[in-house]
Design a protein around this ligand. Sequence first.
Ligand SMILES: [Zn+2]
Length: 525
Amino acid sequence: MVGPDSPSPVSPPATPIRIFDTTLRDGEQSPGASLNLKEKLEIARVLEQLGVDIIEAGFPITSQGDFDSVSAIASELTASTVAGLARCTEKDVRRAGEAVKHAKFGRVHVFCATSKIHREFKLKKAKEEIIRMTRDNVQLARSYVSDVEFSPEDASRTELDYLAEVVHAAIEAGATTINCPDTVGFTTPAEYRAMFEYLIKHVPGADKVIFSTHCHNDLGLAVANSLAGVQGGARQVECTINGIGERAGNASLEEIVMAIKTRHDVYPFSTRINSKKLVPASRLVSSLTGLHVQRNKAIVGENAFAHESGIHQDGMLKHKSTYEIMTPSDVGWAQSVNVLGKHSGRHAYKTRLEELGYRLTEEELAIAFERFKTLCDKKKEIYDEDIEAIIEDQLESAEQLFRLKNLQVVAGTNGIPTATVTLLDSTGEPVTDAATGDGPIDAMFAVIQRITHISAKLVNYEVRSVTEGKDAQGEATVELLHSERKIRGRGVSTDILEASAKAYLAAINRIRTLQKKTVSQATPM
Ligand SMILES: [Zn+2]
């Protein structure tokens, strides 16, 4: 093992690897993880600061909301390339092309299923037909942008000779990146590496394009497969923050980056990622999607650097590299510090927000600062987590249709729990109602359903504290089931009943927004 303190005599030359982050597209397909425009924009900003080369911002044809998010992100970012996904059809490609046309660096990402099983059962198309579609749509995409990525979906289960034919057609039509996804998480490292070696050796023009990996984690091999793909010649890795994504998720960005950085002796590659921003990015994505990171998750899990065992602790005290191959600060773990308080001014607050990676408009800053001051009155010590919680709560409620105006709950051992709630609807009109329930939370949720006329089944409800201490802010997360979709919502307050009501309302508002979605996202890639 090579630790941080080990001398590295001669560093091999580093070949650059492009990091393509699809947290906002493939990651957002995690059940319940749907994000609103403000949240997507905030994540995109953080990804750009992190050093991500290409950000896949969405799938523009699926809804007006997705189109608007891709378009907004494309218009704002100046360092990262912004990509929009499209199926292999004219309508999809045109929509994606329109969405990224204002980008400084825009990319259209076209995909088409190529494996036998997908050809026969999903597309019901012959081999020649798929090649023709690939050619036409890659060409069409090139009429919008010069940067076009093509993905033969389910590449790892496609017959190699046929895969080579499709890839060749895409290159001839003008694709500049060829991504070969392991769509169902089925491949193994040796197999995946061999696939790239075969394509690079046999496809004419392969030396003029960048090959890319895209791995799913169904067998827990996504990161290992991605790295094997890189060893086989791929120079772009598609991944997500915290490895979120459909089913078992995608390859995790932080694991890929740190494996390359820590084992440079084996992987003589480099990325543009600033690893010290990994943990803040992980926390942001986790809060906004409501998908908590498991404690023992590599790099960004709460226990990733905790040494409980006595033997390890002893070794650590004598010399850090005995058991530590990276340091917590390498990846952005910092001690929570009490940096702000009652007497902090607007300038200090703004500076801290910028240090944490947030960029707010003057108007948003004014609201956030107001809430910060209110919190200072309720809570003695303010931590970074508190500041983040306020901002994320504000982002969550950006697309509010209903807002919580007033809440009164009566509960006790002998009475019937009753909740009285006043909501403001989208026009600002107050609506008040009351309901009883099995408990105070149940009563509160029942009355919100009654006012909003949206009924949904509560499938999960959690409350946790954002920081330590009895005056800590509580974060409530709810998961609702509505029309066979899981929808999450979160709310933050020093009062957990209020946090719960806000979380429930956030989920209801999201259901209302989602009802406008037009095309279902049918498991692409
Ligand atoms: Zn995928």
